[in-house]
Design a protein around this ligand. Structure first.
Ligand SMILES: [Zn+2]
Length: 108
C-alpha cells in the first residue's frame, strides 16, 4: 500500500474534516498552544499566520507564530485517532486528488 502524502490544507478544509470538532480546533488556535518563551509568564497563547498540514495518520500539524511574542510555535493534534474524523479525512483525500493545486508537504 502506498504511503499517504502529507498535504497542506486550508481553514475551510479543516472545517470540512473536523465538523463538530472544529470549535475545539478554534479553541486550540486561540489559546491552546505551547510557547517556551511565554510559558514563563504563564500566558495562554495562541497561534497565528499558521499553515495546516494533514499528515499520513490524518493528524493535524499547525506551524505558525505565537500570538503574543511572535516566535515560531507549532501544535500537533492527533485528530486521526478519532474514527469519524479519520474517515472524513480519507474522503477528503480522495476528493482532493483531483485538485490541480494540491500541495504535498515534504516529510520531516
Ligand atoms: Zn510566545
Amino acid at each position: 500500500m502506498k504511503e499517504k502524502p502529507n498535504i497542506e490544507i486550508t481553514e475551510n478544509d479543516v472545517q470540512t474534516i473536523l465538523q463538530t470538532n472544529y470549535q475545539d480546533f478554534r479553541g486550540i488556535v486561540a489559546t491552546g498552544v505551547y510557547c517556551s518563551h511565554c510559558k514563563r509568564e504563564h500566558l495562554n497563547v495562541g497561534i497565528k499566520e499558521y499553515t495546516i498540514t494533514l499528515n499520513d495518520l490524518n493528524d493535524v500539524h499547525l506551524k505558525g507564530k505565537c500570538t503574543i511574542c511572535g516566535r515560531d510555535v507549532g501544535r500537533y493534534i492527533a485528530y486521526g485517532e478519532m474514527e469519524k474524523v479519520y474517515q472524513r479525512a480519507e474522503e477528503f483525500r480522495n476528493a482532493y486528488k483531483s485538485r490541480v493545486n494540491m500541495k504535498i508537504v515534504k516529510k520531516d
